[in-house]
Design a protein around this ligand. Structure first.
Ligand SMILES: *Cc1c(COP(=O)(O)O)cnc(C)c1O
Length: 530
C-alpha cells in the first residue's frame, strides 16, 4: 500500500500507468481509467479490465483498519494506479463515503456467531448495496470527464439514462444528483415497481434529475432505451443542440466495480482488528448474485492478496449461474425467467461473468469473443475443461427456491433476532449449505424494509406469491414496514424509507414505451436543463 516501498505501485514514476484492456480483444488499445469510465463498454461490446492487478501484503491489508472508510477506498484506488492524482482521489472519496451513509463504518459487520459474519452493504441513502458503487462512481465519472476535457479529448457534458426495475434507478439518482456536468433521467415500468421503490424515485430532489413512468414492463423500458442509445442521428442532434452525450453508467462500468473491491479488503481488515479472525487465516465469502459484479469484486480482492479461499455464488430460482459453475455450460436456450422475492437477482444474462472468464482463461480474448457469440446465437456456451477446473478451485454455487428464501428470513429472525431481506436470505441459506471450516462473510445487499411485503410473508408463514391478507394489502409500503417493525421490535427503518409517505412526489409524468416518446421526453428534460 505504501507506494515508496513497492516499485509496482510507485505512482511518482509511473503515474496512472495501469491501463485498461478489452475482454474481447477487439481493440489492442489500452486506455487509462478515466477513459474507461467514460466509455463504459469497449468497442465491440467487451468489458474493460485493468492490465495490472495490484498485490497487497497482509500488513497492507490489516493496516486499513486504522483508517476511516473513505481512506481505505482511496488506498485501493491508488493501488490500482489510476490516472487521477492522490489529492483528487482523497477529495472524491471523502464525498463518496461521508455522512450520506447512516453509520461512519459505512458497511458494518454483524456477527451472527463466531463463524458467520454478515457484511451490511445497505447503509447508504437508498438502503441497497448499489449505493456502495453509485455513491462513488458519479464523482469519478464527473472527474474523468473534467480531466478528458482539460486534456482536450472531450468537449461535451453527459446525460445518464437508466432503465430500472427498482433498486438501480434510485441509487443512480441519488449518486448523480448535484454532480457537475452530468444530468440523469430514469425510466421505470408504470405499475411495475413496488410502492416504496416508486416513491423513492419520484421524490428525489436535485435540479439535474428526472424520472418517467413508462407504459409497459421493465423489458419494454430497457429495449426502448437501448434503441434510443443506438439512434445515432438523435445522438448527433443532442450533441449539436445541447453539447450533451448520452451514457448509461451501468453495472459493467469499471468505475462501479472498483468501489466494490474495497469493502471485501476492508472487511478482512476489520475482522482481524476486532479479533474475529487471525491475520492471514482464510475466510469464505457468500454473495447473492445477479449480474456477477459483487462476487467478481470479491474475486479481485482475493487476487490482490486478501485471504479469501472460497467464493460461494448464491442464486435464487433463476439458477443459470449455479448450473454454470457446477457444469461449465452456460445455457439459457430453454430457461424461463422466474419472478422471485429477490428481484435484483432475477437475471438470465450475467454480464460481469465475462470479466471472470477473461481472467480464468489467462486473458484469452478470442475465447471470450467466441463464447459471447455462441451465447448470442445459440443462447449457450461451454468453457474448456481447464477453465472449468480453474473455476472450481475457488467457486462453489448453490440455489435456493422461493419458499426456502422466506423460511430462511423466518428462521434467522427466530434463532438470532436478526431481520434480513430476501436477497440476503438467499446468500445466508447457500452459505449454510456450502460452508466448510472457514468463517463465512455473507454479503447482505438490502435493508429488509425495501422488501417489506415478502418479509411480512416470511414472518407470517405465507407462501411466496400468495396475496397478503386484505387488511395488510391495503397498507402503503411505509405503513407495512411500521407494522413489521412493531411486530419484530426492529425499529431501525432507515430515514430515507420511513418518511416516503409524507414526501411530495416531484415527477408524475407517464410516457409511452416507444423510442419517439422517450426521445421527446429526454429532449424536454435537456431543454429545461440548458
Ligand atoms: C444488484 C443486487 C444484487 C446482485 O448483485 P450483482 O452484482 O448484480 O451480482 C443482489 N442484491 C441486491 C439487493 C441488489 O440490488
Amino acid at each position: 500500500m505504501n507506494p515508496s516501498t513497492s516499485s509496482k505501485l510507485d505512482r511518482t514514476e509511473n503515474f496512472g500507468g495501469n491501463l485498461f484492456i478489452d475482454t474481447r480483444s477487439v481493440t489492442e488499445d489500452a486506455i487509462p481509467f478515466t477513459q474507461a469510465v467514460i466509455n463504459g463498454l469497449a468497442p465491440g461490446g467487451g468489458l474493460y479490465v485493468p492490465q495490472e492487478i495490484p498485490e497487497l501484503t497482509i500488513e497492507d491489508i490489516t493496516s486499513l483498519a486504522d483508517m476511516p472508510y473513505w481512506q481505505r477506498a482511496a488506498a485501493i484506488y491508488k493501488a490500482f494506479n489510476i490516472d487521477l492524482d492522490d489529492a483528487k482521489i482523497d477529495e472524491l472519496m471523502q464525498r463518496s463515503y461521508g455522512d450520506n451513509f447512516d453509520t461512519p463504518d459505512i458497511c458494518p459487520i454483524t456477527s451472527i456467531d463466531e463463524k458467520t459474519h454478515v457484511l451490511e452493504l445497505w447503509h447508504g441513502p437508498t438502503s441497497a448495496f448499489k449505493d456502495m458503487a453509485l455513491q462513488c462512481l458519479p464523482h469519478f465519472f464527473a472527474a474523468s470527464a473534467e480531466k478528458l476535457r482539460s486534456d482536450g479529448d472531450l468537449d461535451n457534458e453527459f446525460c445518464i439514462l437508466v432503465a430500472t426495475s427498482g433498486d438501480t434507478g434510485k441509487a443512480a439518482l441519488e449518486g448523480f444528483k448535484g454532480v457537475e456536468g452530468v444530468s440523469i433521467g430514469v425510466l421505470f415500468p408504470d405499475g411495475g415497481v413496488s410502492d416504496i421503490q416508486r416513491k423513492q424515485m419520484v421524490t428525489t430532489t436535485g435540479s439535474n434529475v428526472y424520472v418517467w413512468a413508462v407504459r409497459g414492463n421493465f423489458d419494454d423500458c430497457q429495449t426502448t432505451l437501448k434503441k434510443v442509445f443506438a439512434d445515432t442521428s438523435f445522438a448527433e442532434e443532442i450533441m449539436h443542440d445541447y453539447s450533451v452525450a448520452f451514457s448509461s453508467a451501468n453495472s459493467i462500468n469499471w468505475g462501479r466495480l472498483l468501489p466494490q473491491i474495497v469493502y471485501y479488503v476492508s472487511t478482512y481488515a476489520e475482522l482481524v482488528a476486532t479479533g474475529k479472525i487471525e491475520a492471514g487465516s482464510p475466510i469464505d465469502v457468500c454473495v447473492p448474485t445477479g449480474n456477477f459484479g459483487n462476487i467478481l469484486a470479491a474475486w479481485y480482492a482475493s487476487r490482490m492478496g486478501t485471504p479469501i479461499e472460497h467464493l460461494f455464488c448464491a442464486s435464487n430460482e433463476n439458477r443459470v449461474l449455479t448450473d454454470f459453475i457446477n457444469t461449465g455450460t452456460y445455457d439459457i436456450s430453454d430457461r424461463e425467467f422466474v419472478l422471485t422475492p429477490s428481484p435484483s437477482m432475477d437475471i438470465l444474462v450475467s454480464s460481469n461473468l465475462e470479466r471472470q472468464l477473461f481472467e480464468l482463461t489467462e486473458r484469452d480474448g478470442k475465447s471470450i469473443s467466441g463464447w459471447m457469440t455462441d451465447l448470442n446465437t445459440n443462447r449457450t456456451f461451454q468453457v474448456s475443461k481447464d477453465v472449468f477446473g480453474g473455476m472450481r478451485e475457488q467457486f462453489l454455487s448453490d440455489s435456493i427456491d422461493n419458499e426456502e428464501c422466506l423460511e430462511t428470513i423466518r428462521s434467522v429472525f427466530k434463532e438470532h433476532d436478526y431481520l434480513i431481506d430476501p436477497h440476503t436470505a438467499v446468500a445466508y441459506a447457500v452459505a449454510e449449505n456450502l460452508r466448510g471450516d472457514n468463517p463465512v462473510v455473507v454479503a447482505s445487499t438490502a435493508h429488509w424494509a425495501k422488501f417489506g411485503d415478502n418479509v411480512y410473508r416470511a414472518l407470517h408463514n405465507i407462501d411466496p406469491g400468495t396475496p397478503l391478507p386484505d387488511d395488510v394489502a391495503k397498507l402503503t409500503g411505509c405503513e407495512l414496514n411500521k407494522l413489521i417493525a412493531k411486530e419484530t421490535s426492529k425499529h431501525d427503518i432507515p430515514a430515507g424509507l420511513a418518511d416516503l409517505d409524507t414526501m411530495t412526489p416531484r415527477f408524475n409524468e407517464v410516457i409511452d414505451g416507444n423510442v419517439t416518446a422517450v426521445e421527446q421526453a429526454a429532449m424536454r428534460f435537456l431543454t429545461e436543463q440548458s
